[in-house]
Design a protein around this ligand. Structure first.
Ligand code: URA
Length: 455
């Protein structure tokens, strides 16, 4: 990095400038991020600046500069020597979203390198790292060097953000979480893209969630986030495509760490809820085309179906699990390997009617109430608990009809789970209005523009 020529102005001046609608220059962002990563800027000043950014926003050049500054505050995955495409997928977060668990081995089995860096559960949403760690022995804390070697060998590593990757973002994100400054489009875009670009990718696919369970439920805001991240990808030579997908109901049936691993494994054997498979294949098709392993999306769909049918995708997952210290038998016999909650009880319809909504935020909070997620960073999660909820909006139900299962550690958990589902599963009388669910795959956004899919 070339040392910026200007010194960093005193922090109160920078904060004041941003507070009053001014700009922070690229060189200033660089100095600030580097100083913050070295612990030379106090959190109270950074928090004030972030709040000013929250209200005043960042223009395109500032967003680009902040992203580059956070990226350059740390190391990158040493993968540039690989002669295959390197493509990752990032989801903005949802409930029941176990797509990464099946997508990464599937795409890797078809010849694209997938250096996948994931996060832990955040707010009401689950996190891929927590899900993977439900597999006994599975380690997500590989060093960058070890992850790079595994990608060379197996085409995929499933890791967490190491201390070496974008340390300025790591600190800033924790501060934002504690100061109500997460929901800012430029801050979210810069935070996500600084980490993704550190993976040394040749392409990136984004799954931007819409609906009540998404962090940005409104389509216009989700589209703006997608466009901002696509522009940042283009600025850094990383072609980026986004699909906008529904999060007004959970994805698939299982919500909870081990239960989601089980559903993902069964999906790799061809036994999957339709919505989970449709989202996985749509994202996978984009990855395979961006990674140069398929000429178009139709060919990519065919290749993925074949890799599931002949077992290549499942075998690749077993290899990745074994390489990262986990028990690879999870792929052939998940029930023998995954932790199981002591109590499994049906959730029954409390009355007759039509299911108007299965609200994902309430389901996600229910998983946390069962112990399967966190309300504080340092909490341990219980991998075994959660829900299996095949019921979908529009279903006509009779009183006492089983709509799903609650997997709980104890009687208090079971009661909390039942309360959460009473709030999440809204049943209305026959003839009352039932809101139309969002299209599962609504928009495709690329550098070229927005395509309405509406499927
Ligand atoms: N995920 C991130 O990594 N950063 C954000 O700002 C929001 C979600």
């Amino acid at each position: 990095m070339i040392a910026p020529a200007v010194p960093l102005p005193p922090l109160p001046q920078l904060i004041e400038r941003k507070r009053d609608g001014g700009r922070i220059a690229p060189a200033e962002w660089r100095l600030l991020a580097a100083a913050y990563a070295r612990d030379e800027v106090p959190d109270y000043q950074m928090a004030a600046l972030l709040m000013a950014v929250y209200f005043q926003g960042l223009d395109r050049e500032e967003t680009r500069a902040l992203t580059a500054a956070m990226l350059e505050s740390g190391a990158t995955l040493p993968l540039a020597h690989l002669d295959v495409g390197r493509v990752d997928k990032h989801s903005t977060g949802g409930v029941g979203d176990k797509v990464s668990l099946l997508l990464a081995p599937l795409v890797a089995a078809l010849g694209v390198a997938v250096p996948m860096m994931s996060g832990r559960g955040l707010g009401h949403t689950g996190g891929t790292l927590d899900k993977l760690e439900a597999i006994p022995g599975f380690r997500t804390d590989l060093t960058l060097e070890a992850a790079a070697r595994q990608v060379e060998r197996l085409g995929c590593a499933l890791i967490g953000q190491t201390a070496e990757i974008a340390p300025a973002d790591r600190r800033m994100y924790a501060l934002r979480d504690a100061t109500a400054t997460v929901e800012s489009i430029p801050l979210i875009a810069a935070s996500i893209m600084s980490k993704k670009l550190a993976e040394g990718l040749t392409g990136l696919v984004l799954d931007v969630k819409l609906g009540s369970g998404a962090f940005l439920p409104e389509p216009a805001r989700a589209l703006e986030l997608a466009r901002t991240m696509i522009a940042l990808g283009a600025d850094h030579g990383c072609p980026t495509v986004a699909l906008l997908t529904a999060m007004d109901r959970p994805l698939g049936h299982a919500c909870g760490n081990a239960l989601e691993v089980r559903e993902a494994v069964l999906a790799l054997h061809g036994d999957a809820p339709d919505d989970l498979l449709a989202v996985t294949y749509a994202l996978g098709a984009e990855m395979l085309v961006l990674g140069g392993a398929a000429p178009d999306r139709d060919a990519a769909h065919q290749a993925m179906r074949a890799a599931v049918a002949d077992g290549r995708a499942a075998r690749r997952l077993a290899e990745i699990v074994a390489a990262q210290g986990g028990d690879p038998r999870v792929v052939d016999d998940p029930d023998a390997v995954l932790p199981r909650a002591p109590i499994v009880a049906p959730y029954e319809a409390p009355r007759a009617g039509v299911v108007a909504q299965v609200e994902p935020r309430a389901v996600g909070r229910g998983v946390i109430a069962l112990g399967g997620g966190r309300t504080r960073v340092e909490q341990r999660v219980d991998p075994a608990v959660g829900f299996v909820l095949p019921v979908r909006p529009g279903a006509t139900v009779a009183p006492g009809e089983p709509l799903g299962e609650i997997h709980a550690r104890d009687a208090a958990g079971l009661a909390a789970g039942r309360r959460a589902l009473d709030a999440a599963v809204r049943i209305v009388g026959a003839g009352e209005p039932v809101p139309a669910p969002l299209p599962l795959l609504s928009h495709r956004v690329s550098a070229v523009g927005v395509e309405v899919l509406g499927a």
